[in-house]
Design a protein around this ligand. Structure first.
Ligand code: NAP
Length: 284
């Protein structure tokens, strides 16, 4: 029984691989990574480390894999849409038995701009006929806690989220859920909507960061155009500024505020609250 994880040198894929190593022998595990030198620690543990880049399908080696855990790629939409399509095709061609894909909340119907790539990949996976599970991951807690120390240094937390709330989720929980799905039966054809335990606002996030550090942190909500201009001025590529502004706008309008039960069911415990990740990020 071989499980292969893609993107294992990234944040989520790395955590998934660690959680899988808690559950199966290293010799049952393979990873596909762009740069094998970054996965030397996994090779030392006995994991089969394969080099592969979705944008160069000839490099993808999925032979002998029973379960493929496809972590969505990053980059501009059109590039990753084609790349993920090619990765799915490579999996089918190699005879993979089962595909688990990390998608996004409500991929098929969400107004989020980034959902289009996930919807296209989900549709393609369905069309191939391969047994699949979609892990529709909510936005990570860590997206928001990672920027808190910078915000504390600058003296304000700037978003365009207004009073909108988001039911974000910890990467660790998503990784544990992915490892459970990959190593237990009964998930074929399932679509899991994975969110955190409650929806929080950016006023609350700022006040949490303030209470942990003792420093004042007002949340300032600006317009989408002002936010985008600030992101570009900070040096982010246009497509990233567009993506982040779109996510902010969707948080404001409530797109990401629904709390779903699937993650608690898979983990058999309550998912990690945002407070925990804020404290971990700001611990002295
Ligand atoms: N839910 C959320 O809040 C959220 C936030 C950000 C991203 N995402 C999505 O979820 C994925 C995982 O998140 P993350 O935090 O782990 O992101 P990450 O740390 O940026 O990891 C992305 C992984 O994808 C790999 N990758 C990118 N392009 C690839 C390609 N063409 N071929 C093969 N591998 C490729 C990267 O390889 P290298 O290690 O070689 O760079 C990396 O390992 C992201 O890629 C993105 O699609 C979700």
């Amino acid at each position: 029984m071989t499980i292969l994880v893609t993107g294992a040198t990234g944040h989520l894929g790395g955590l998934i691989t660690r959680r899988l190593l808690d559950r199966v022998p290293a010799t049952d595990l393979a990873v596909s990574v762009r740069d094998t030198t970054k996965a030397a620690d996994l090779a030392t543990l006995g994991v089969d480390v394969r080099q592969g880049d979705f944008t160069r399908p000839d490099t993808l080696r999925f032979t002998g894999v029973d379960t493929l855990l496809l972590v969505s790629a990053d980059g501009p939409d059109e590039l990753r849409k084609a790349a993920q399509r090619d990765a799915v095709d490579a999996a089918v061609k190699a005879g993979v038995q089962r595909l688990i894909y990390t998608s996004v909340s409500d991929a098929a119907t969400s107004p989020l701009s980034l959902a289009k790539v996930h919807a296209a990949t989900e549709a393609h996976i369905r069309d191939t006929g391969i047994p699949f599970t979609f892990l529709r991951n909510g936005m990570y807690h860590e997206n928001y806690t990672a920027s808190l120390s910078g915000a504390l240094d600058r003296g304000s937390l700037v978003t365009s989220t207004g009073t909108g709330a988001i039911a974000s989720v910890s990467r660790e929980d998503l990784a544990e859920a992915a490892a459970i799905v990959a190593t237990t039966p009964g998930h074929d054809g399932a679509t899991y909507e994975l969110t955190g335990p409650r929806a929080w606002t950016f006023d609350e996030l700022a006040s949490l960061a303030s209470s942990v550090t003792g420093k004042p942190l007002p949340h300032v909500s600006v317009t989408d155009a002002e936010l985008r201009a600030a992101l570009v001025a900070a040096g982010l590529p246009d497509f990233v500024a567009d993506l982040l502004t779109d996510i902010n706008a969707n948080i404001r309008t409530g797109t990401l505020s629904q709390v779903r039960p699937d993650l608690a069911t898979l983990l058999d415990r309550a998912p990690t609250p945002i407070e925990h990740t804020v404290r971990a990020a700001l611990a002295p």
